[in-house]
Design a protein around this ligand. Structure first.
Ligand code: C5P
Length: 236
């Protein structure tokens, strides 16, 4: 008989792609912008699958369902599509709401990923999942900050010691019960957060950091798109 240790826990990725993506200036929703013929969304799903995700929930804008369904026809792993909400947090909550259908009561590792981070290396995905499996309630991939950063307010501005700062990437990883409880608590109090690690901290859990990677950059502006094309074509 197999020991319980050797039975792999399910790993489910929730990919949020319900933003407007207007900063990119593209004619299609950002997640469907093709890079060398493959959409950002499908590239993200491929990387998540390569890093160990077994199923995905893709959260899409209500007015673009047909276009997303067409793209998801070629998804590299079993995928459920749901409709997102007004804020990123609402879209994540819509994705979490599907977990009982996919997992029943079972525990698992939940990876929450921005579709726009389409080149996230598989080893970053693996590091995040491994740290959750090893016992961390919440895990985020981070990178050092290379710009000098200044804080600005009504009194003027001042430099912040960048050696103490980290940029936060996705996928962020969570034990299922931890992220479900965090989003339920936020919904109850109407508290806004900009990422899921902040949601988990709101309920008093600690967030562990693992190494991210420059390739997990978020494709937001036309310049990012140029970089993405160069990466896809293997240009130095
Ligand atoms: O706007 P921003 O770049 O921070 O969005 C991060 C991610 O959250 C994107 O992948 C975007 O599609 C997603 N999002 C969402 N629902 C929203 C707003 C953003 O799924 N209402």
């Amino acid at each position: 008989m197999m020991s319980t240790d050797s039975i792999a826990e399910p790993v489910v990725a929730i990919v949020v792609a319900a933003g407007s993506g207007s900063r990119l200036g593209a004619a299609v929703p950002k997640a469907l912008v093709p890079i060398a013929g493959v959409s950002l969304l499908r590239r993200s799903l491929t990387q998540l699958a390569a890093g160990g995700a077994q199923q995905a929930i893709v959260v899409v804008p209500a007015d673009e369902v047909d276009a997303f369904d067409a793209d998801l026809g070629e998804a590299p792993l079993p995928t459920r599509r749901v409709i997102g909400g007004a804020q990123r947090q609402d879209s994540v909550a819509a994705g979490l709401a599907v977990l009982p259908e996919l997992l029943g009561e079972a525990d698992g590792v939940i990876l929450i990923h921005d579709a726009a981070r389409a080149f996230v290396p598989a080893d970053v995905v693996g590091r995040v999942s491994d740290a959750v499996r090893a016992g961390a309630p919440a895990v985020i991939p981070v990178t050092a900050v290379t710009d000098t950063i200044r804080e600005v307010d009504d009194l003027g501005s001042r430099v912040i010691d960048r050696t103490r700062l980290r940029g936060v990437q996705t996928p962020q990883g969570f034990r299922r019960s931890i992220i479900e409880d965090a989003h339920a608590a936020l919904a109850e109090t109407g508290t806004p957060v900009t990422d899921d690690a902040a949601a988990v901290e709101y309920t008093g859990n600690e967030v562990a950091l693992v190494d991210g990677d420059a390739l997990a950059f978020k494709i937001t502006t036309p310049l990012d798109l140029l970089l993405a094309r160069a990466v896809a074509e293997g240009r130095p």
